[in-house]
Ligand binder design. Sequence first.
Ligand code: HEM
Length: 445
Amino acid sequence: MTEGCPYAELYKPEFHRDPQRVYQRMREAHGAVVPAMLEPGVRGWLVVDYATIISWCRDSTTFSRDSRRWRDWREGLVSEDAGVLGMMEYRPNVLYADGAEHQRLRRAVTDSLGRIDSAEIADYTARVAEALVDGFCQLGEADLLDEYARLLPLLVMNRMFGFDEDSGRRFMTALAAMMDAVDAERANAEIERVVSGVIARKRKEPGDDVTSWLMEHRAGLSDEEVLQNLVLIVGAGNEPTANLIGNAMRMILTDSEFSDEISGGRMDVADAVDYVLWHDPPLIGYPVMYPVSDVPLPNGGVVPEGSPLLLGFAAANHAVADEHSPQVDGFANRAHLAFGVGPHRCPAQDLATMIATTGIQTLLRRLPGLRLAVDADELEWRTSPFSRSLTRLPVSFVPQTPTQEETPWQQSPSSPETSTSRPDDSETPARWSLSAFLAMFRRGR
Ligand code: HEM
């Protein structure tokens, strides 16, 4: 971030190293809504004020979620290959819908998610977490993001959506490729192909899963709507949940006061997750809204109609926590904005916090002597303007014996664990990782 720059450069590594410093400086210069550059040549605004986010998210007359209103895009000022398009280009799903259409899709999504048996999925999450730890616990070292945090929510989603083994493996491989921008177009086409296949199968043979419940919902979603909403839900569910686990583990491993609170029993892991949602939430500038007419600002400026307005949850939370501490730092306070606010508020907050809490508890219980394997200042952040996410989280610990539980997600000999286990180590549990999936994807080209 260049000092004196008139806008926040949300794509720069300097910004990601210390976003709060940039928020603070921009807030002092501009107030509640600050001009931002999402990537070189892509302009927008970041809302950094808690009260403004709440009131604007509730005002669906002035602000739309439909990115076809994005003026620079309409006027051809955004390059076809802009990196942010993957997260901003319009899709016919609940996140981009307004008004009655949003309500119709939202009802189908919340009703279907609401039918999940929470006790069963909590039990499954715990078993998957144990099995993933089994995959690396003998080695005394791991990358907690690649080998754990990114896999846990994805495997839970596979189960919730009723993906069979082959679809689950193809979906995970394609999602890994998409996240690492290996070949986003090909990966996206593969994701759509896989989900379409699952929909076709569920049409013939419905099951007890979110896919079947979405298809049979009285809102009458077309196959295309089911497809688009499923792709959204799996993506929306996976990335932030993985990053919440990563951000929380980073805080535990780098902030001794914070970890002492947990190990000393003064803060339980669920409260620690809430603390992280206040201070280092996974979504820092997403979703995006578009004003339907020019919006005047208290500082005399104007946000023009059709400008992308990124919801700056991290900036807003932090300012409130700073101002009102210690009330806000009473750990169980859930008034943070990490899950959004208003009609689009995340419909899966309990599920997300259950997965994150279980994931963190399992690591802390299973890996004694857990510590960072690099200096804290060597950790690197991805440079997305939308999310807060480490690239890797290398750790070491005292090697442990696996619990020898069977992998809960699949037992077939042709399953990916066979391909990803170490060749010289076939007696040990499979060591899964997203990069192993990615390697398979590259080989399969
Ligand atoms: C820590 C994890 C998660 C975080 C931080 C998070 C955060 C958010 C946020 C900020 C929004 C937008 C709210 C707004 O526009 O005001 C959202 C929407 C959404 N989230 Fe989550 N989410 C998480 C996990 C999940 C999971 C596990 C699922 C589903 C399995 C999910 C499904 C959705 C859906 C479908 C929407 C769109 C709702 C709508 O537009 O009406 N999220 N989430």
